[in-house]
Design a binder for this molecule. Structure first.
Ligand code: ADE
Length: 234
């Protein structure tokens, strides 16, 4: 899967995308046009783009004050749209079709596991990270965005952390990202568990400061264990 990220703060992505499971699963292309050493063995290829590149004037301005007045700034359509179009053009010869374009915003539809699974099936995602009061509505109304997505009903300083949340959740669904010991098939919100919360887990020791592991899990009766787990799936 290819993921392009349009952001004012590309450096924010480096820790989360270079460590742990995501670090192993992704090849990060830090700056526009530098992917010449493609690593096809990785499940994800991530391209970071600094939106300032498309900024206006000497100061590379990306935002302006809102029409109608009010506090805050709005990201300009004539900055965002050329950036989206440039990304779409860059990947065009890769035969993935166009990217599925997601704008991260608190006004968007809630990110759920069902949505995550849908995104994981796309060969190419473009994630647009908003800032300030968001982007000019004409970017959305004009059809340059396919879906506006929120990670929850609270407001963050920008779309970067939500984009990382989305990438992490999507990555876990891709073949080869999790080992077989940590399958994404039977876990909270999975289809197999009826989209419910997974049953609790225990490991050694059997007794910890007076708290015991439920005895059914120690007795090796697989049917009884399955029953217990189903009863504890919420
Ligand atoms: N940007 C700011 N807050 C957000 C949220 N809750 N979800 C997605 N993008 C955001």
């Amino acid at each position: 899967m290819r993921i392009d990220i349009l952001t004012l703060f590309p450096a924010m992505f480096h820790g989360p995308l270079t460590e742990s499971i995501l670090g192993r699963a992704s090849h990060v292309v830090p700056l526009w046009g530098t992917l010449r050493d493609r690593q096809d063995d990785k499940p994800m290829e991530i391209h970071l783009h600094d939106l300032c590149q498309w900024g206006k004037g000497k100061c590379k301005q990306v935002d302006d004050s809102p029409y109608g007045g009010g506090v805050g700034m709005v990201m300009r359509a004539d900055v965002i749209v050329p950036a989206v179009e440039a990304v779409m053009k860059d990947g065009v010869e890769e035969n993935r079709g166009g990217p599925f374009r997601v704008y991260l915003s608190p006004r968007g539809k809630r990110l759920t596991q069902v949505k995550v699974e849908k995104f994981a099936k796309k060969p190419w995602l473009l994630l647009l990270c908003g800032h300030y009061e968001g982007i000019d509505q004409r970017v959305i109304d004009g059809g340059w965005i396919d879906e506006e997505v929120s990670i929850g009903d609270y407001v963050l300083t920008g779309g970067e952390l939500p984009a990382m949340v989305l990438i992490d959740a999507v990555a876990r669904q891709l073949p080869g990202v999790l080992g077989k010991d940590a399958s994404a098939e039977e876990e909270s919100f999975s289809h197999i568990l009826g989209r419910k919360r997974e049953y609790p887990h225990y490991t050694r020791p059997e007794e910890f400061r007076g708290h015991c592991v439920p005895s059914v899990l120690l007795e090796g009766d697989h049917a009884a264990i399955a029953l217990w787990r189903r009863a504890h799936t919420l």
